[in-house]
Design a protein around this ligand. Structure first.
Ligand code: MLT
Ligand code: ZN
Length: 472
């Protein structure tokens, strides 16, 4: 029997009233929403805004003792419902754990609390000529704990890799209240099994990250951005494939289609060319003297590959404007359409051109328009299925998700995966069976049960649903 009715007062006694957002509080409903495309929201019984590892552990101890579901949450910027308390209970938010404890230029590491906003960590590192490369588009408001929980990517993943590659060590509060420190601070280390890699990307289903030791790099001395303008995604996609075959190593190799460009035009400080049917965004970094040569080489190659126009952004202000505009694509699409299923498929790099053609096929066959942008150099495309029909109409949603399912089927046929960076969470858990075998899913359920035998920690996420304490 769960103590859900009394959990708020128990947590208030343990953590203090100022840490708890309880029933009747005007902000409580905010903890039942995130950036996922779901029409419904899932209000928790209460939200616990912990300020320390001890408080996080106390919440997890109390929730287990009282058999109350608990859902970890970072900044709420997730796009797949991973932080939604779909079975009610407690939301454990790390938004108040915002300390950068240490930036060590000698060891090239930072030690941070999970609520640190990713962009703030980058600024703090850059102030010491250091570099934290992962750059999810939401970096101005997402938090590093959420990035680790989802193994977030970003444009620079093309050269520098995703969040997992930067997490050296973790402190994790486990269901029941045990606090585990694992990993290392060293550049290398192979002692024992890699528990850190095991926690990263598990969307808060194994434990709650309370501290991270992250790897830093020396700050590249210069960077420059080139914009290749193409007549459409077919030529832009072919250009990306050719650039990949050339063996060029820019830090970013992105694509945006006409629908994505059109939606940011009115807001963008950067003026995108009127004739852009698609753009390829390429960014290089390194020694200042090397910039001009690299840009010239890329420009010439884009020209050979059919670019209508090639523009260079070298000044920091101009580059900032390009990136501000790029980061506006997703929010602007969201503001322009009543429904935006922002899928995040990833195909092997050699299949990008075919995948772009398949997206067109899905749009034509289902009548659902798609806007495509994202990290094409990684084969990772944000395919946004759009509609201005009523999001609450079950028939409309059924049709949209049927189109998404077609997209997933094409992706998998080309050897791809459902999600390159946003995660599975709630919105995609029922499609995992399209990609993974029953045995692979079974072993993952066993792995989850090892960390959380109660099934009360972030229930109903990441894997296809099965019977747990929360839904039997
Ligand atoms: C991006 O690359 O802009 C983000 O992953 C956001 C999104 O896809 O909607
Ligand atoms: Zn992205």
């Amino acid at each position: 029997m769960s103590d859900i009715a009394t959990i708020t007062s128990v947590l208030e006694r343990e953590l203090g009233a100022s840490a708890i957002i309880g029933p009747g509080h005007e902000r409580l409903d905010d903890y039942g929403r995130d950036e996922s495309p779901l029409p419904e929201f899932f209000p928790p019984t209460c939200a616990a805004l912990v300020e320390s590892t001890e408080q996080a552990a106390a919440v997890l101890r109390i929730c287990l003792e009282r058999k109350v579901p608990v859902t970890p949450r970072g900044a709420g910027s997730g796009m797949c419902g991973g932080a939604l308390p779909i079975h009610g209970g407690v939301v454990l938010s790390t938004e108040r754990m915002t300390r950068i404890k240490e930036i060590d230029a000698g060891d090239l590491v930072a030690v941070v609390e999970p609520g640190v906003v990713t962009g703030k960590l980058q600024e703090a590192a850059e102030a010491q000529q250091l570099f934290y490369p992962p750059d999810p588009a939401s970096l101005e408001f997402c938090s590093i704990g959420g990035n680790a929980a989802t193994n977030a990517g970003g444009p620079r993943a093309f050269k520098y890799g995703v969040t997992r590659e930067y997490i050296l060590g973790l402190e994790v509060a486990l269901m029941g209240g045990e606090v585990l420190r694992c990993g290392r601070r060293t550049a290398k280390g192979v002692t024992g099994y890699d528990l850190v890699a095991g926690f990263v990307g598990t969307e808060g289903t194994f434990g709650v990250i309370t501290e991270l030791t992250v790897k830093l790099l020396p700050l590249p001395m210069a960077a420059a951005t080139v914009l290749g303008v193409f007549d459409g995604v077919a030529t832009a996609g072919a250009a990306i494939s050719a650039l990949l075959r050339d063996g060029l190593r820019p830090r970013v190799l992105e694509l945006a289609d006409r629908a994505s460009i059109d939606v940011i035009r009115p807001k963008s400080r950067y003026r995108f060319p009127d004739n852009a049917g698609a753009i390829v965004l390429i960014e290089v970094d390194g020694e200042p003297e090397a910039m001009a040569t690299m840009m010239e080489k890329i420009g010439m190659r884009c020209d050979e590959l059919g670019a209508l126009d090639i523009l260079a952004a070298t000044e920091p202000a101009e580059r900032r404007a390009v990136w501000e505009a790029r980061r506006l694509i997703s929010p602007s699409l969201k503001a322009s359409y009543r429904i935006k299923l922002n899928e995040d498929i990833c195909v092997p790099r050699g299949r990008i051109v075919e995948m772009l053609a398949r997206v067109d096929r899905v749009a034509a066959e289902t009548g659902v328009p798609c806007a495509v942008f994202g990290h094409a150099g990684d084969g990772n495309l944000h395919v946004n299925l759009l509609s201005n029909d009523d999001p609450a109409d079950p028939a409309v949603r059924k049709h949209m998700w049927a189109a998404a399912k077609q997209l997933f089927a094409h992706t998998i046929e080309l050897g791809g995966t459902l999600s390159g960076e946003h995660g599975i969470g709630l919105t995609k858990r029922d499609y995992v069976t399209m990609e993974q075998t029953e045995r692979v899913i079974e072993w993952q359920h066993r792995w989850k049960a090892m960390w959380d035998p109660s099934g009360l920690l972030n229930p109903g996420k990441r894997l296809p649903a099965r019977r747990t304490a929360c839904n039997e």
